[in-house]
Design a protein around this ligand. Structure first.
Ligand code: ADP
Ligand code: ZN
Length: 741
């Protein structure tokens, strides 16, 4: 007699993405959803049991003989209980199926590190226990007499509903006698190694009439998915709070997804204030032990609301009936590496499974989402007014190509911009300046041969970092010391830099405004722990005047004294070679402009550009989402891009350019054949991607555009088993990518 197991192994390789049979001959209980150690091709690997074990009455020998093949016994059961339940597993299967990715990769995403099916974490997770003294209920009603010391200790214990930690008991004698009398006893309790989050309680705000109407719409809507489109500052958070309250009142659980936990302090403290200990926050900054405890804490239903970024969509709450996705348009909901899932899509899958509701919230919804709202596939409700009728800022476009705006002092900090900064500082108000490029200058070149220095691994220009005296590759991290540098082409030793990064902007603005206090926020300055929060908090408190930074400064912060928001070079994101460039630019500029003048002060925004006639820049200036939506939908229709079609990026990579070239044509030929020469879809490429070489791997891209997934599904799945005759070649399939580059 033995148990026949179906096990998927830890390697996320497409060819191994299927269950393998193993036997279990031991006496312990083994269940679906547990991890096991197995021998696979003479290597010890971690596997995951993906079906209910099947009890076979025959002996293993007899069974093998009958079947004509060998079945290896597993080496060890790792988990005492299943770590994934059937419902979650069904969701995992659906996600793996939709994104054409190995099942094991999705399992790795949903589990905390110490529970992952991965040899790296093969040890059993350690739990943490503590000895506590608790009251024996039975003895409370008896009439045993206690002396003064015993009574004192007894009262102290009564004050601790979780029990008094034994280590905190000083009156050892009294404790001993209390235990003898049977009034108290010692117990082991598990402790959760989670950081305490401090919060002040607050009450739910009363909604204004527009908010109330939107709330009622969302509660009563019969649609599975609903879009709450509300201008910045319209109070979407207050509506989310009411929705969550309604959900909890019915004993159901809720998940709130935010683009990035670090950028949503304000919303989180609001949720904490209302729902207190019922809320768990999923941060990425926790230790493995803490992540494990958090996972247990949630799956044991100690909390009923989970707030987190992308992967929180898989939070192991048992009865989720509401998933809110705030700032729905942000591309970080889509994971840009295996398993390439999109939390927005997964939210819908999960709510279909649970018969619950998805609410997408945004001031500038993605075109896909808004178009479905228009078509009636999703419910759609709008908030048109800012709360308290706060004004949107006046926005001015500055033409960087007009020499009247520019003088020799700086090519990027125009004269009108300097004047606007001066006026703002004179009023003792604050300025945000945004440029999406860190470092000092993006190009560092030899004065003699005029060639820019490039990364030997990626063949892309190196960025000059003046403060660190380094030249750095922003793609792979390769770096050179700026001192004693010699040009690899001509042995020249003199260099110059071209272009602007945030570091240079900070330096130039400081030279124009020597008295101003300026701080910079980008991936370089925020690298050290705590710096991000100290800069953001310091700026909201008015500790400095000007904040210069990358995208980090444009996101949903509420800075009451900021009255000038500046996009230094709007062309940067417009020229990005992606079909989403217009949409991304519009969103970014809208967010940025929304930072200025949120409260009772009048706000201004400045957009600098070399293309002042560009439609998107004008639409962003007038903050007119509806006009932008019409404009860009037409553009997408003309070019047949989403939401009118679906796209898939297929990336082929290899260790040499020859291999990648060969493999990519093979993939193309295969797809061409499978898709009947394009009658089912359109195929583009193989092309050389934006980043052709990264860390000495070479890349090619094929894009597939389709209208019906059914017609291309078999072709996509077939890629998994396509024989490319080379071990260095890898194929990555990204379904619904967040850009087409
Ligand atoms: P959004 O997320 O839509 O940009 P917020 O939820 O941040 O807007 O709300 C903007 C501001 O208005 C916040 O300071 C919020 O506290 C306030 N606010 C919104 N609705 C209400 C309300 N019903 N009662 C009191 N304050 C509100
Ligand atoms: Zn590099």
């Amino acid at each position: 007699m033995f148990y026949l197991l179906q096990v998927v192994i830890e390697h996320g390789v497409r060819k191994l993405d299927r269950p393998f049979s193993y036997a279990y001959l031991g006496q312990n209980k083994i269940q679906f959803g547990e991890r096991v150690k197995v021998n696979f091709n003479n290597r010890q690997l971690i596997g995951f049991v993906v079906e209910e074990p099947l009890l076979v009455e025959d002996s293993l020998e007899k069974y093998q003989e009958e079947k004509g093949y060998k079945i290896k016994p597993i080496e060890e059961i790792i988990d005492a209980e299943p770590i994934v339940d059937q419902k979650m597993f069904d969701l995992v299967l659906k996600v793996a199926e939709y994104y054409c990715c190995p099942l094991i990769e999705v399992l790795k995403v949903i589990l905390p590190p110490s529970l992952r099916p991965n040899s790296q974490y093969a040890g059993k997770p350690k739990r943490s226990f503590r000895k506590v003294i608790v009251i024996n209920d039975k003895f409370l009603s008896t009439t045993i007499q206690f002396n003064a010391n015993e009574t004192k200790l007894l009262n102290k214990i009564k004050e601790c509903p979780q029990g008094l930690p034994k280590s905190q008991v000083t009156a050892k004698k009294s404790l001993e006698s209390l235990m003898k009398k049977g009034a108290v006893s010692a117990e082991q309790i598990e402790i959760m190694r989670l950081p305490e989050i401090e919060y002040e309680e607050d009450s739910i705000h009363e909604l204004n009439s527009e908010q109330q109407a939107a709330y009622e719409y969302l509660i009563n809507s019969k649609k599975r998915v609903n879009l709450l489109q509300g201008v910045t500052g319209s109070g979407k958070t207050e509506i989310y709070i009411k929705l969550v309250k309604n959900c909890l009142d019915q004993s159901c659980d809720a998940i709130i997804l935010v683009p990035e936990i670090a950028l949503t302090d304000r919303m989180i403290s609001r949720f904490k204030a209302i729902f207190g200990d019922r809320v768990a926050l999923l941060h990425s900054g926790l230790t493995d032990a803490q992540k494990y405890d958090e996972y247990l804490n949630i799956s044991r239903e100690e909390v009923h609301v989970v707030i987190g970024a992308r992967s929180a969509v898989f939070a192991p709450l048992k009865n989720v009936k509401l998933i809110i996705v705030d700032e729905e348009h942000v591309s970080s909901y889509k994971q840009d590496r295996m398993p390439y899932y999109d939390a927005r899509k997964v939210a819908i899958m999960r709510m279909e499974q649970m018969q619950g509701k998805v609410v997408f919230g945004s001031a500038t919804p993605s075109l896909e989402c808004r178009a479905r709202g228009d078509k009636g596939v999703y419910g759609l409700v709008k908030l048109k007014e800012r709360y308290n009728s706060a004004h949107l800022p006046q926005t001015k476009i500055i033409d960087l190509g007009d020499f009247e705006n520019i003088d020799y002092n700086s090519t990027l900090i125009s004269i009108p911009l300097r004047q606007a900064i001066e006026r703002t500082l004179a009023k003792k108000e604050q300025v945000i300046i945004f440029l999406n490029r860190r470092g000092y200058a993006p190009v560092y070149m030899c004065r003699k041969c005029q060639k820019p220095l490039k990364c030997p691994n990626c063949n892309l220009p190196l960025t000059y970092h003046k403060g660190q005296k380094k030249i750095v590759c922003h793609h792979c991290g390769y770096e050179l010391q700026a001192e004693d540098l010699v040009c690899p082409h001509c042995q020249g030793t003199a260099f110059s830099f071209v272009g602007f990064g945030t570091e240079r902007i900070q330096e130039e603005i400081q030279s124009f405004f020597p008295q101003a206090k300026i701080r910079r926020l980008d991936a370089d300055t925020a690298r050290r722990k705590g710096v991000y929060h100290s800069i953001i908090n310091g700026f909201s408190k008015g500790e400095f005047d000007i904040l210069v930074g990358t995208q980090m400064v444009a996101k949903g912060h509420d800075f009451p004294n900021v009255t000038l928001a500046v996009a230094l070079l709007a062309d940067q994101s417009l020229q990005f070679p992606s079909y989403k460039a217009n949409e991304d630019t519009f969103n970014l500029l809208t967010q940025l402009v929304g930072r200025a003048g949120r409260k009772d002060k009048e706000g201004f925004a400045i957009i600098q550009t070399y293309s002042p006639e560009n439609d998107i820049i004008h639409l962003a200036q007038s903050q007119d989402y509806e006009a932008f939506y019409q404009y860009e939908m037409k553009n997408r229709f003309d070019r047949q891009y989403p939401p009118y079609t679906f796209i898939v990026n297929i990336t082929i990579s290899a260790n040499s350019s020859k291999e990648v070239e060969k493999a990519s044509y093979k993939v193309k030929a295969y797809l061409f054949h499978q898709l009947q020469g394009g009658t089912r879809s359109e195929l583009y490429g193989p092309s050389i991607p934006y980043i052709e070489r990264l860390n000495n791997r070479y890349y090619r891209k094929i894009m597939l555009k389709y209208k019906s997934r059914k017609l291309v599904d078999a072709a996509l799945k077939g890629l998994n088993v396509l024989n490319l005759h080379s071990s260095s070649v890898k194929i990555d399939v990204d379904i619904d990518p967040s850009s087409d580059i």
